[in-house]
Design a protein around this ligand. Structure first.
Ligand code: ASP
Length: 349
């Protein structure tokens, strides 16, 4: 076992049940809690590694120059296997940690496939202005161009920076700083996979220093109305994808599965073809939240644009992609089932 030689080994080795906070305040350096969930950034060929949190600092010695870092394992899954239960566990742990005076910021390590969904969920439910940074890596620790260590260093630098406060949950890969709301994975394998197509990156990390060029203006974290503190599950919401020749089968399947909401990943400006419209209208009439989003990677779905949403009973996703619109519907359903109220949430967040 190559203990300490790679970030991946180290992250895998961080185990639940480590001594709890407070982090020892020996210097004035910011105190950063790293919450590990798995993904390529934790990839290793060793399955037996069980290292103490201190090994994180040992594997990436530069972290010591930036912050006092302590780590905990919240999950150990590839990110396609992240669940709403893991989201709730993560959010509650972050809220507890940031409520304490012993933690100045949080870094979440995560697989890249669903990283944007977890980040947006946290953006809506974290109740602190302190920085929360979600980070992954596109290459495993044994790849010649492994990006995990550099991305983790950037993430800790951002989480430790006062300039990162009050910007909502942030995502970093490849020296970029992105808003959780806007960022999406745009490439299956490239190191430069994470982009914010409509509104751009918020900033960069250069020479180890986070530099912000833009602010987030949509409401997030402490300014949202969502409270997960007593939640143990989230409502079931499906995504149905549109294509040439689509019929209503998938939409009706979602209804039969008991979904309380459906995000329709429509073509163009969120179009729902005639073959699916009756199913969508009847679902909306029965109280299911039906959201028109777009399979196009950019732009705003206009209310009463392609369709008469008022007549159909549908809601429009603004600029949220289908997977992020689903996150907002899941949280929205914890507050309301009313279509007008749900539209307000999309206009606000
Ligand atoms: N399959 C991996 C995951 O999302 C890919 C990655 O982490 O980059 O967990």
């Amino acid at each position: 076992m190559r203990i300490g030689t790679t970030l991946g080994v180290t992250l895998l080795g961080l185990v639940a049940g480590l001594p709890p906070l407070p982090i020892m305040a020996q210097t004035a350096k910011p105190r950063i809690l790293v919450l590990a969930t798995g993904g390529t950034i934790a990839q290793t060929d060793s399955k037996e590694a069980k290292l103490l949190g201190d090994a994180l600092i040992g594997a990436v010695p530069q972290l010591k120059d930036i912050a006092q870092v302590q780590a905990e394992q919240v999950a150990q899954v590839s990110s396609p296997d992240i669940t709403p239960e893991i989201w709730l566990k993560l959010a509650k742990r972050i809220n507890a940690a940031l409520a304490s005076n012993d933690v100045d910021g949080v870094v979440v390590t995560h697989g890249t496939d669903t990283l944007e969904e977890t980040a947006y969920f946290l953006d809506l439910v974290v109740k602190s202005d302190k920085p929360v940074v979600v980070v992954g890596s596109m290459r495993g620790s044994s790849a010649p161009s492994a990006d995990g260590p550099a991305n983790l260093i950037d993430a800790v630098a951002i989480a430790a920076s006062p300039t990162a406060r009050s910007n909502g949950v942030l995502v970093t890969l490849n020296d970029t700083i992105q808003s959780a709301r806007d960022v999406t994975k745009t490439n299956t394998t490239s190191l430069d996979a994470f982009k914010s197509p409509d509104f751009g990156t918020l900033g960069i990390v250069q020479g180890g220093k986070p530099i912000f060029y833009r602010q987030v203006s949509r409401k997030h974290t402490t300014a949202t109305e969502f409270d997960v503190s007593s939640l143990t599950a989230l409502p079931k919401v499906a995504i149905v994808y549109s294509y040439v020749g689509v019929d209503a089968d998938a939409f009706e399947g979602a209804m039969k599965s008991g979904a309380k909401g459906v995000v329709y990943a429509g073509t163009g400006n969120g179009s729902i073809p005639k073959a699916v419209q009756p199913a969508a209208a009847s679902a909306a009439k029965s109280g299911v939240v039906v959201v028109r989003a777009s399979r196009v990677n950019g732009g705003v779905v206009e209310r009463n644009g392609e369709h008469d949403d008022t007549a159909l009973g549908t809601i429009t996703a603004d600029s949220l992609n289908p997977q992020k619109a689903r996150v907002l519907v899941m949280l929205g359903l914890t507050r309301t089932g009313n279509a007008a109220e749900m539209q307000r949430l999309f206009d606000t967040y």
